[in-house]
Design a binder for this molecule. Structure first.
Ligand code: 8Y4
Length: 280
């Protein structure tokens, strides 16, 4: 299994990849806006690479439940300078976390290699045309509804079955738009239109999504379902985030998206060292 993202190629099996989160938003829940400044965001991103990040995910629009949308102009103003500066300073692939095709296009022109699309449940193919043209990587994340509406009343028949149908349907649409399967990773979208119970059921079923034959990405870092289970505030969610990351890797997940790169690298390296010694 291979994941292609422009000049980058990840051939699996290989150690799981750690994607470090770089928020360029003033209302970021965990960064308190301190990385809104482009130079500060770049410094934070460089530190994440030094901690062992394999990919950096740069986002200028908060996708927290209920967060206000950001204009295209504002999102471009936030992320493009950071991507330009990082492309000149680090050798890891840069991912742009955006729902807007124009932002994805500009980010790819500025040096990004992956489009992280939390709105892959879209009808229009314009985002996929951007991905096809650039030959970039593409993360197709599942979300029920939109960031504004997703947590109002998430409802599923069988959340695991719906996820499989979603991934299959996206791959059909992506191929029809000229995106090669090798460019695509799937993501169940923990917290995006899901109750705590849905999130736990999806994490329990991760192994089944490896049947799609594409790498899977999971993002659990500091998310509110952890707070809901444990009564832990955002600053107290690292141990549970690491537990989820390790179990995800054991289930075959290839990319872990996290705020806490050094800790996640240590936890999953240990997990993989043990898994390698299991008699298969
Ligand atoms: C507390 C902590 C409350 C975190 C909410 C949040 C994912 C993602 C995000 C993910 C992919 C977030 C951009 C949401 N999560 N992209 N992005 N997968 N591919 N919320 O799971 O961290 S941001």
């Amino acid at each position: 299994m291979i994941l292609r993202a422009r000049q980058f190629e990840f051939q699996f099996p290989r150690p799981a990849l750690v994607m470090g989160i770089v928020n360029v938003t003033p209302d970021s829940f965990s960064d308190g806006g301190s990385f809104f400044n482009a130079d500060a965001a770049v410094a934070h991103a460089v530190a994440l690479v030094e901690q062992g990040a394999d990919i950096l995910d740069i986002g200028g629009e908060s996708t927290r439940p209920g967060a206000a949308p950001v204009s295209e102009t504002e999102e471009l103003r936030r992320v493009i300078p950071v991507i330009e500066k990082l492309a000149a300073q680090v050798s890891v692939p840069l991912s742009v976390d955006t729902m807007k095709p124009a932002v994805a296009h500009a980010a790819l022109a500025a040096g990004a290699s992956i489009v992280n699309d939390v709105a892959a449940n879209r009808e229009d193919d314009s985002m996929w045309r951007v991905v096809a043209e650039a030959g970039s990587g593409y993360v197709a994340m599942h979300m029920q509804g939109s960031p504004q509406t997703m947590q109002s009343h998430p409802t599923y028949g069988d959340v695991v079955r719906e996820m499989e149908d979603f991934f299959e349907g996206r791959m059909v649409r992506l191929k029809a738009t000229g995106v090669a399967p090798e460019q695509v990773a799937f993501d169940v979208g923990i917290g995006f239109g899901k109750t705590m119970e849905h999130n736990l059921q999806l994490l329990a079923a991760l192994r089944s999504f490896t049947r799609m034959g594409r790498p899977m990405l999971v993002g659990v870092s500091r998310k509110s379902f952890i707070g809901a289970l444990l009564g832990a505030g955002v600053a107290e969610r690292l141990p549970a985030s690491l537990a989820c990351a390790c179990l995800a890797v054991e289930a075959g997940v290839k990319i872990i998206r996290t705020h806490d790169v050094q800790e996640t690298v240590q936890a999953i390296r240990m997990t993989e060292a043990i898994l390698q010694r299991q008699i298969k």
